[in-house]
Design a protein around this ligand. Sequence first.
Ligand code: NAP
Length: 248
Amino acid sequence: MTIEKKVAFVTGGSRGIGRAIVEKFAEEGYVVGFSYINSKEVANELINELKNKNMEVFALKFDVSNYVDCCEKFEYIYEKYGNIDVLVNNAGITKDKLFIRMSEEDFDKVTNTNLKGVFNCIKQVAKKMTKKRSGAIINMSSLAGIVGNVGQANYSATKAGVIGMTKTLAAELGPYGVRVNAIAPGFIKTDMTDKIPENIKDKIISSIPLKIIGYPSDIANLAYFLASDQAKYINGQTISVDGGLSSI
Ligand code: NAP
């Protein structure tokens, strides 16, 4: 008897946290798909690296903020792989500026990617998951969505929005066996945080109770747990992974 492999799809899986989530699910035996928007070479390298380890992975280039693009790509995934058991809405961007200087364009770009992108992707899987009476959706929020952050009016609004959407969908989809949870990372070492000047990074790290930066694998481990049966009674939660920063 062959056991059918579960399928996970991770948006923004070419780099950073998304990449660690792709690696974790692939290592644990999932068929894993991921999206990217620009990093074609990096995505291909990741595919080759994991395929060389006999893992089943695929990548699709599309913009999560484009609804039509999302419809087409998810239709392709369902046709080719038959199902999506786990959706991780990870793709996200920042366009930081003090509110006074923030342009409408910077607000729209961040909102369309970080919040509308989550809506666009969940729309493609929700009905199918409820029909199947199973599925797990994990949305990437942020510490900034819980406590706010200077220079991130756009970003923090999207990440707070993700928490609201997570709670609502947990209530709407829960009765059909679909769990929806969010993760709120603190300060994690990726390209997104590498952009921050060293002196500010040092200041942030000194304010973290554990006094260290987090790593993408710290988030990937929780994402994998939340998707698993070990978390079968966890629904509608936003779990912080931030070295204690949100608790002070
Ligand atoms: P990152 O290193 O900048 O990677 C972002 C990923 O998202 C890349 O794979 C990128 O693709 C993809 N992406 C960006 N815009 C996209 C779009 N419109 N459509 C599809 N894919 C898109 O970011 P990260 O630090 O790993 O962050 C991942 C998530 O965690 C984000 O939602 C972020 O807000 C959240 N988060 C991060 C931190 C942190 O400290 N790093 C803290 C809290 C929350 P390309 O490679 O093609 O550009």
